[in-house]
Design a binder for this molecule. Structure first.
Ligand SMILES: Cc1ncc(C[n+]2csc(CCOP(=O)(O)OP(=O)(O)O)c2C)c(N)n1
Ligand code: SF4
Length: 247
């Protein structure tokens, strides 16, 4: 599934595990047609490295792009790779609207807690107090918790995984892509250059799906807890559009 593009990620970057897991998940899916879109940032280069139809779009605009794509191509499994700066700062409103509409797309958030490509400034997911290029004395802001935000926005599949556990991540990606409706996977992705948290590997706890949003919210509030937190079936945005306009 590799292209001839030279990989420019830093050696040891969590993005390698994410790409490997995705390749495995696509193999598990078999013959289904998969399309990929990515935003701007280190994560966004994944679209250049994967040999699948791909669209590299402007910062924060993966969800609206894929919404239009999926409406026009309902038979394709549509996957968006987004960064925490890309989706939680720059394009956060688009993600919320895709979740509330239950657009049948899968969003994989590379959450490294920094703007990686622009050399390590804090993002909306960085914890309060985090020191970095833009906050040498500590981050003064409270973070957004992406899984909670997606649960509260109406996402019908919400999960968290770790870039270092390729097998589990591949299974969660597969489940997300198979899900009918909006699926969101937060992937804890160490950035070796600006926010290296590979050390959490042995502290990760895996949980089973909760049967209510309230329980799922409790589960995901602990950042070291991973797994599919919540899943439910509902009419998708595309189904609603076709139902209303094809009468
Ligand atoms: C509209 C717009 N704003 C800002 C930028 C500058 N910019 C390029 S990459 C980047 C950081 C991306 O960070 P993130 O989405 O967290 O991805 P990462 O590099 O960490 O994978 C920024 C701010 C841009 N290219 N376009
Ligand atoms: S700067 Fe960070 S996110 Fe970007 S390639 Fe290097 S390790 Fe990965």
């Amino acid at each position: 599934m590799k292209t001839s593009a030279k990989i420019t990620w830093c050696p040891g970057c969590g993005n390698f595990g994410i790409m490997r897991a995705f390749e495995k998940a696509v193999k598990m899916i078999g013959n289904a047609r998969v399309v990929v879109s990515s935003g701007i940032g280190c994560h966004g280069k994944i679209a250049d490295y994967l040999k699948v139809p791909s669209f590299h779009v402007i910062h924060g605009r993966v969800p609206p792009f894929l919404t239009g794509f999926k409406l026009a191509n309902p038979e394709m499994i549509s996957v968006g790779f987004v960064g925490d700066g890309d989706a939680m700062n720059e394009g956060i409103e688009h993600l919320i609207h895709a979740a509330r509409r239950n657009t049948d797309i899968s969003i994989f958030l590379h959450n490294n807690g920094v703007f990686g490509l622009t050399t390590g400034q804090v993002t909306a997911t960085s914890p309060k107090g985090q020191k970095g290029r833009s906050t040498p004395y500590g981050n003064p802001e409270n973070p957004i918790e992406p899984c909670s935000l997606m649960l509260m926005s109406g996402a019908t599949f919400v999960a968290r995984a770790f870039a270092g556990d390729i097998q589990k991540l591949a299974q969660i990606m597969y489940d997300a892509m198979k899900h009918r409706g909006f699926s969101f996977v937060e992937i804890l992705q160490p950035c070796v250059s600006f926010n290296n948290f590979w050390g959490i590997r042995d502290e990760i706890k895996w949980v089973e799906r909760a049967d209510s949003v309230q329980t799922a919210l409790k589960l995901c509030s602990d950042k070291k807890v991973c797994g599919v937190f919540y899943q439910k079936e509902d009419e998708t945005f595309e189904e609603a559009i076709y139902r209303i306009y094809r009468r």
